[in-house]
Ligand binder design. Structure first.
Ligand SMILES: [Zn+2]
Length: 410
């Protein structure tokens, strides 16, 4: 089975390359818009459409005319591709899968040049542009099949490389129970692991968020339609982009590290967790906990965390167990298994009847691990053959991990 994965890198074109990229995107957009206008024209005059072949022939003729000879400077495949894309857009329209194709504006355009793009070292080769430096934040370990280029609102270029990789059909190797971890996601700590590791939200992130709030307030004070409002909006966009990039960067490092370190990762289903967190958020906000991240921001980060864990566990051939949404991870004693119904949202530390003193989040992480490990085939003959309160751990089985099936169905 071949799976696809995408790598996204910021490009660092020189001034000349930047201009070449802009010209390229411009030429592609021009051909799309010209092709669309021609189709409309011909349809209005004759009641018939144009085929891709007819349009490609017209484009060749166009290149010979002095006024449009500049098209010869652009990569010819790129221009043909614009016409192919247009043809596909019309087919989708006729099959009622999409609306009528529209003219492309500079703002909404997404140039893509999937052919003849090569990657070597920290450079990507683009026909007619040359070797452009990229900030290669991770190694590319499968053959590159195509590339999409995008310019963000800040004028930075990004390349998304699509690569195909062969996924072995063999079942996943069983996990070493010592390398299975439970992860409790929360409010104050971003995550607490069952081995006691605390992962705090990064400081710069919080700083970025307070900048974001300030920029939002500044924008709301500016008059509608004024130049200053436009400026404030741009400023806000810039901060948004920065915070998003920092978040992604931090999350990628975190999830890659986790997937490399552990064979099996157990997390809670975030939907219900999210509801519990909403209540806890209100509760703690009311109690004056000033250091809390805003809930929407936290949810976005947690959703992204889970998304990354899901695909990275597949790539790295590791197990991901998503545990049942009604599992009371906070209220169970991870020592004796007793349910402590008296637990309130403000209890950060509690004592069980058995005498165990629990840190709320660490206890939850341990319970999540104990529950999740049931879904993960573990190596037989390992000293740890029972979970925290005496239940048997299922031995390895000759089939793919149910945890992965579950997580990808969600
Ligand atoms: Zn207990």
């Amino acid at each position: 089975m071949v799976l696809h994965r995408a790598y996204r890198f910021r490009m660092e074109p020189t001034q000349a390359q930047n201009e070449a990229l802009l010209r390229m995107a411009g030429a592609r957009r021009w051909v799309w818009n010209w092709g669309l206008a021609r189709r409309k024209e011909v349809y209005a005059a004759t009641g018939k459409g144009l085929s891709y072949q007819q349009q490609a022939a017209e484009l060749t003729a166009l290149k010979k005319q002095p006024a449009t000879a500049w098209l010869r400077e652009a990569d010819s495949q790129l221009l043909q591709q614009a016409l192919q894309d247009l043809d596909r857009a019309f087919k989708a329209f006729f099959e009622r899968r999409a609306g009528y194709p529209r003219f492309k504006s500079k703002k909404k355009d997404q140039p893509c040049f999937p052919q003849r793009v090569k990657v070597e070292g920290s450079k990507v080769y683009i026909p007619k542009v040359g070797w452009v430096a990229i900030r290669q934040s991770q190694p590319i370990d499968c053959p590159v099949k195509g590339a999409t280029f995008k310019r963000d609102t800040q004028g930075h270029w990004y390349v998304t490389l699509t690569a195909g990789f062969e996924m072995p059909d063999a079942p996943l190797p069983p996990a070493d129970p010592a390398r299975v971890v439970g992860i409790d996601l929360g409010l104050k700590e971003f995550a607490v692991l069952s081995d006691g590791t605390h992962i705090a939200p990064p400081k710069f992130y919080r700083k970025g968020l307070s900048k974001l709030r300030r920029a939002q307030r500044a924008l709301s004070r500016k008059q509608q339609g004024s130049k200053n409002r436009e400026k404030a909006r741009k400023h806000l966009n810039r901060i948004h982009a920065k915070v998003r990039n920092q978040r992604q960067d931090w999350l990628h490092k975190l999830t890659t590290g986790l997937v490399q370190k552990y064979d099996g990762l157990c997390i809670e289903n975030l939907n219900l967790k999210g509801m519990a967190r909403t209540n806890e958020y209100r509760h703690r906000r009311a109690a004056g906990a000033a250091s809390l991240l805003s809930k929407s921001v936290l949810d976005a980060a947690l959703g992204e965390f889970r998304r990354q864990l899901e695909y990275k566990t597949v790539w790295h051939r590791k197990h991901l167990a998503v545990i049942d949404r009604y599992f009371p991870s906070s209220k169970l004693c991870s020592e004796c298994g007793t349910l402590y119904t008296g637990l309130t949202l403000s209890d950060r530390v509690w004592t069980c009847g058995c005498g165990a003193v629990h840190d709320r989040d660490l206890n939850a992480a341990r319970n999540i691990r104990a529950e999740g490990i049931h879904k993960i085939p573990v190596a037989v003959g390992h000293p740890e053959t029972q979970n925290a309160w005496g239940g048997d751990i299922r031995p390895a089985q000759g089939r793919p991990s149910p945890s992965n099936q579950e997580s990808h169905g969600l």
